[in-house]
Design a protein around this ligand. Structure first.
Ligand SMILES: [Zn+2]
Length: 197
């Protein structure tokens, strides 16, 4: 989609402004769904790669990669462990939400469902926890995160600082700390647009 959008927009000789959003990174953060978060970060990375390749060739294009906030407070090193166990996430092929939707009323098929979509063999303790928790989706995501040694602090947007990356002409304007609400002002400035706010 990013490739196609650039193809169409670059026809305009006055230049163009394009926003590409990897929005499900945020949804996954709200669900504390580590595998979903990483899958969508990977998809977003591919979009960034397309944009950077175009900018490299074009030489007149500024690429700014930013988020408006962190969601979930995702960290590595939880559950008393220091190392990330990323292999766990690579084997996950569905969201916790989807797995939860396949559970029967008693959740007696929990082991089978989780195994089918994550290759994780639940311990009886993990099975008990998922059966007992009101929200099965969040409980499944917690088990997977714990196995991967990933911690979370919130089901919502957090106040954590997030990185901003910039490539191309005037990218120096994005160095340092900025309020997220300043980014559109900086972008307007680099495009010499009059921006009313
Ligand atoms: Zn959100």
């Amino acid at each position: 989609m990013t490739e196609r959008a650039i193809d169409v927009l670059e026809e305009d000789k006055d230049g163009f402004f394009l926003v590409v959003e990897g929005s499900q990174i945020d949804w996954a953060g709200h669900d504390n769904d580590a595998a979903w978060a990483m899958t969508d970060v990977e998809a977003f990375e591919k979009a960034v790669e397309v944009a950077i390749n175009f900018a490299e060739e074009d030489g007149k294009t500024l690429v700014v990669v930013a988020g408006d906030h962190d969601t979930g407070g995702m960290t590595t090193g939880s559950n008393g462990q220091m190392d990330l166990n990323a292999q766990v996430l690579q084997n996950v092929t569905a969201t916790g939400d989807y797995m939860a939707s396949l559970l029967n009323e008693e959740r007696s098929n929990i082991s089978e469902v989780v195994y089918n979509y994550s290759s994780i063999e639940l311990t009886s303790e993990e099975e008990k926890i998922i059966k007992r928790e009101q929200n099965a989706s969040l409980a499944i995501n917690k088990v997977i995160s714990d196995r991967a040694s990933i911690g979370w602090t919130s089901y919502n947007h957090t106040g954590a600082d997030i990185p901003v990356y910039a490539y191309g002409p005037q990218s120096h304007k994005f160095v340092g700390f900025h309020d997220n609400t300043d980014l559109p002002k900086l972008i307007a400035d680099t495009m010499k647009l009059k921006f009313t706010y």
